[in-house]
Write a protein that binds this ligand. Structure first.
Ligand code: ADP
Ligand code: MG
Length: 685
């Protein structure tokens, strides 16, 4: 073991802080902002490898400070560790300039207020190369970094081989320009007249940097949460609407004026977009979050690229909800002008209600003056509900799986942004869904807590003080129908492990079909033949719109993903194919979409499995047979179904289902108890 020389240690450390030219630019620009500059100009040569020059009109650097300016751990911004808690400046480690001198040649020209002339001095490996030379200077500081990574051959090579860093640099400056609207930024290639970044007001800045079309599709968003327990937090910014279509997400995030990344927030936002606007699932986001300084730990990443926050989950959840609400409202506004008033009034009612619940759960019920008979102990914001957790202590395995599931969903739903959104008959069908919406049921669906399955068909949910039975088959059928229309033309695909011949599927279905009992086998074969032809004729269309793929040989090879992480019961595939062939109206576009979506809805709905439920009446059947394997399979199937209802169906239902009016009266939602009434009964006892 040998002790490394200090210069080696420093160079290694420097390579970490300054990873590439764009990280040097970021540090230099942050220094300029810390110095109170109102103009920052950046010039770059050869992607920053040859030259980076950042000039500002900030307060400058005092002559006395120049000798130690580029030593490691020299800073004017921090003196005691405790200051970190409240630090306002972006820098605090005193490492950036020093690092640059270990991996490049740094020259600083600076003048402080009231001086007659400035000074210029060059640095290498942390120290001055010569005494500062007096020189003419304009207000502020200019830092020049030349030959970056001249002494790190491998790094230089990879950077030369990889794409030029200039776009990254422009990207950084653009983000700063959007956020710091009272600083004028410019960025250009050395020698070029035209600057690639300029700025003015925030929207102007976005327009200048990202283009007019982006600005046109932005909506302003604002959230503040002044819940005393969690501390104050505010967010404001711009988010793109349904018309913004891009290949990838642009997320400009500032937390307490620091440009940072926050992967979990980005994911959460992308999830909301892909759920609500599958066609515009890659949004443009500019967001500025402000928190009490002591709630942000800025010291978790060497280049300060990430920060950690107190109550991160809560903050993300709040932002996610706000975006969801904004998108939902804007979505309906876009298509159905007449509905706006209604839905926003309802949304308002919802938020008020939510606030009410929040207070009662957060501060304990006793201090609140809510009568016991109206006290709600469950939390609709908890996706899996609370009561259920008490009943099934061991289900934690599955819970973990559901986290993974939601992450994967985001990744998957991202892949397929074809545009098929402008078919008017599909829009008409979507309009029908909206005009048929039952607002009361929508409120129940959005804010309910899942309690558990009640029997083969019904599940129990709680909404405020009421308990409802929900027909799982009906709601899932409707949900799948609506999703089939929403995701229209944009499905991900389920690939069948083996192509399934349509003819065989149809023959199978016809054999099981009660109404076909009287037909003989020859006739059935003919029907199968005709249907196969019909499906083959329409194969291209159903593939494009519904991602049901039939190959040349008349085999089914792909089915659509209607809900992420959900595959339909393949026992029902023959019946589905028969319905497609027989019951879809192929010649009228709108009816065709409606009937095809309905067929999909029926196939994907959560019907009870074909094997009888072993924990219900079905148990006798298994006893007689004493078929252990079958019993095990049945148990697994039913357990899986229960899990899917809780973790896939209900969460998706809250997000997507627009319950039609008919569901209020057809037994889909049935109120079984209300706390107020129960209390009356108990009081009598
Ligand atoms: P840090 O920003 O973490 O303090 P740096 O190495 O980036 O560390 O900078 C060291 C010090 O140099 C800063 O604390 C600041 O006092 C001074 N400095 C750097 N750049 C400028 C600038 N553009 N204008 C004025 N002072 C600067
Ligand atoms: Mg700095």
């Amino acid at each position: 073991i040998r002790r490394l020389e200090e210069s080696v240690v420093n160079r290694i450390a420097a390579g970490e802080v300054i990873q590439r030219p764009s990280s040097a630019v970021k540090e230099l620009v942050e220094n300029s902002i810390d110095a109170g500059a109102s103009t920052v100009s950046v010039a770059v040569k050869d992607g920053g490898l040859k030259l980076i020059q950042v000039s500002d009109d900030g307060h400058g650097i005092r002559f006395e400070d120049l000798p130690i300016l580029c030593e490691r751990h020299t800073t004017s911004k921090l003196s005691a560790y405790e200051d970190l808690q409240t630090i306002k400046s972006m820098g605090f480690r005193g490492e950036a300039l020093a690092s640059m001198t270990y991996v490049g040649h740094v020259t600083v020209t600076t003048i402080t207020e009231g001086q007659l002339h400035g000074y210029r001095v060059s640095y290498r490996d942390g120290v001055m190369e010569n005494d500062p030379k007096p020189c003419a200077a304009v207000k502020g500081t200019q830092v020049m970094v030349e030959n970056l990574f001249y002494n790190m051959a491998a790094r230089r090579k990879t950077l030369q081989n990889s794409n030029d860093d200039y776009p990254k640099i422009v990207d950084f400056i653009s983000r700063f320009a959007v956020h710091h609207i009272n600083v004028n930024f410019s960025c250009r290639k050395h020698g070029a007249n035209r600057a690639d970044v300029h700025s003015a007001s925030r929207l102007d800045a976005i327009r200048n940097v990202y283009g007019v079309s982006v600005v046109r599709d932005l909506m302003e968003i604002e959230v503040s949460d002044e819940n005393a327990v969690d501390g104050i937090f505010t967010m404001d910014g711009f988010i793109s609407n349904a018309n913004y279509v891009a290949k990838k997400t642009t997320m400009i995030l500032f937390i307490n004026d620091r440009l940072v990344d926050c992967t979990s927030l980005k994911r959460a936002i992308e999830f909301v977009y892909s759920a609500i606007l599958p066609q515009a699932s890659k949004p443009f986001i500019y967001m500025s979050i402000n928190l009490p300084r002591e709630h942000v730990d800025v010291n978790i990443h060497p280049t300060k690229k990430e920060v950690s926050l107190l109550n991160q989950e809560h903050i993300i959840e709040t932002i996610k909800d706000a975006i969801e609400e904004k998108l939902m409202n804007s979505n309906t506004t876009r298509i159905f002008q007449t509905q706006t008033v209604n839905s926003s009034a309802l949304a308002q009612a919802n938020t008020q209600k939510e606030k009410g619940t929040d207070v009662s759960t957060a501060t304990g019920a006793k201090s609140q003056k809510i009568p016991v008979s109206q006290m709600v102990r469950t939390d609709p914001l908890d996706p899996s509900g609370r009561l259920h957790t008490y009943w099934h202590g061991q289900s934690s395995n599955l819970e973990k799986k559901s986290d993974l599931v939601s992450v994967r969903n985001v990744v998957r739903s991202r892949r397929n942004p074809k545009d098929a959104g402008d078919l008017s008959s599909r829009h008409e069908l979507l309009t029908e869904i909206d005009s048929n919406l039952h607002p009361g049921l929508l409120d129940i669906v959005k804010n309910c807590t899942y309690v558990g399955v009640a029997d083969e068909v019904f599940a129990l949910i709680q909404h405020n003080t009421r308990l409802y039975l929900v027909n799982v088959i009906n709601v899932s059928k409707e949900l799948m129908y609506q999703q089939a229309l929403c995701r229209f033309g944009n499905f991900n695909a389920i690939q069948l492990s083996e192509p399934a011949p349509l003819r065989e599927l149809l023959t199978m279905a016809l054999k099981d079909d009660e109404s076909m009992r009287d037909e003989n086998d020859k006739e059935k074969l003919e029907i199968a033949e005709v249907n196969t032809e019909i499906l083959k004729e329409n194969a291209e269309m159903i593939n494009e719109y519904f991602s049901i793929h039939i190959d040349q040989g008349g085999n089914l090879t792909r089915l659509p993903v209607v809900l992420d992480q959900y595959t339909p019961d393949m026992d029902r595939l023959p019946e589905f194919i028969l319905t497609l062939g027989n019951d879809v109206t192929w010649d009228v576009e709108k009816e065709c979409f409606r009937t095809a979506a309905a067929a999909i809805g029926n196939f994907y709905a959560l019907h009870p499995p074909i094997l009888p439920n072993p924990s219900g009446n079905g148990i006798q059947l298994y006893k007689k047979d004493v078929d252990q394997e079958l019993l095990a399979e049945a148990e697994a199937t039913w357990a899986q179904r229960e899990w899917t209802i809780q973790h896939v169906l209900f969460p998706s239902m809250r997000l997507f289902l627009k319950p039609p009016k008919s569901m209020a009266t057809d037994g889909t939602f049935v109120q079984v108890a209300s706390l107020e009434k129960l209390y009356k009964i108990f009081e009598r006892c």
